[in-house]
Design a protein around this ligand. Structure first.
Ligand code: HPA
Ligand code: ZN
Length: 330
């Protein structure tokens, strides 16, 4: 069994965070923008810790200035995802970076991204959906503008709403207006929690924002009553083990709680978060999980089924993906 060839679903992927460094460098050169501080000498992204990562991320993103740039980004990202065996992906997209939350501009960015995704689907079969994401450290006011953009464009492509950014800033309750609006517009909800925040942040995401999935959520392991609640309620975690290890949340892969969460009944999925930043790919995640916990084809199929059940897509799309999973000889 080649882990690269296994069909994979990825639910937690930041679009700009998936940009290959060569792509960002190329665009910076084309536009004569100096972002030299963004890279190390070996060409990889340079950052010291999570908060520094967020600022490097935003600096790298500053070269993406037009809908056409975003179309090229979607093409580059999906090409790489398809090469890793990904058949379905959901990506976080932020109006803050795409037209500054102006609904008219946002529509243009979205159209360009959707067209690029349709071309990738026609070429490689990979299906992409978008989750509009507000950015916690940009504050609740900007989040409201993002939620309005999301509500205006909910449809075949935009199917979800979420929150990313610095978990250490502000409180989730400051974002309830945005999440209520998104829910009423028919968007599915997820929130980053339980990565830098402890178990209480996961409870807040569930009780205050009323999300159905949690981005990361791994620190729920520090509170077994919460773990049991996640298991009983079928809350799906978008776990990004390589990101957690890279950012120092856990010292080694075999100390990551993904297996303990799973053993206690929590539905986990596997994603890369910001793959080139964290020197990972979906194949590498699978390889490390196989090495650390002895996971094999059956385990990965269970992970894919969890992701399929929790995917923010319509029934027809889900059926199509299910067929692809079934067709593949494990
Ligand atoms: N975590 C939180 N916010 C982010 C990330 C991430 O990995 N990438 C971009 N924004
Ligand atoms: Zn993330």
């Amino acid at each position: 069994m080649s882990l690269r060839d296994l069909p994979k679903l990825e639910l937690h992927l930041h679009l700009e965070g998936a940009a290959p460094p060569t792509f960002i460098r190329g665009l910076a050169k084309e536009k004569s923008i100096d972002i030299s501080g963004v890279f190390r000498e070996d060409g990889s992204y340079a950052f010291r810790d999570f908060v520094h990562f967020l600022s490097v991320y935003e600096a790298a993103t500053s070269v993406l200035k037009t809908p056409e740039d975003y179309a090229r980004l979607v093409t580059a990202v999906l090409e790489e995802s398809a090469a890793q065996g990904v058949i379905y992906a959901e990506t976080f997209v932020s109006p803050d970076f795409c037209g500054g939350s102006d609904v008219g501009a946002w529509r243009e960015y979205l159209l360009a991204m959707q067209e690029a995704a349709a071309r990738a689907e026609a070429r490689d079969g990979i299906i992409l959906r978008g989750i509009v994401t507000c950015i916690r450290h940009f504050g609740p006011e900007k989040a409201r503008a993002s939620a309005l953009c999301a509500a205006e464009t909910v449809g075949d492509f935009i199917t979800g709403f979420g929150i990313a950014g610095d978990e250490g800033r502000g409180a989730l309750r400051d974002f309830t207006w945005s999440f209520d609006l998104a829910r009423e517009a028919g968007l599915r909800l997820t929130a980053h929690a339980g990565e830098w925040g402890g178990p209480q942040s996961v409870r807040d995401a569930l009780d205050v924002l009323r999300v159905e999935r949690i981005g990361h959520g791994v620190r729920a392991i520090e509170d077994l009553a919460l773990v049991d609640r996640l298991a009983e309620d079928g809350v799906v975690l978008e776990v990004c083990p390589g990101s957690n290890v890279m950012l120092g949340l856990y010292p080694r892969w075999d100390r990551h709680p993904i297996q303990r969460l799973r053993e206690r009944g929590v539905k986990v999925t596997v994603s890369t978060d910001d793959p080139p930043f964290f020197h990972t790919t979906m194949t590498r995640e699978y390889e490390e999980l196989a090495r650390a916990f002895g996971w094999g084809a059956e385990d990965f199929l269970e992970i894919s089924r969890n992701a399929l059940d929790a995917a923010f897509c319509d029934g027809d799309t889900r059926d199509k993906i299910a067929e692809k999973l079934k067709d593949h000889p494990q």
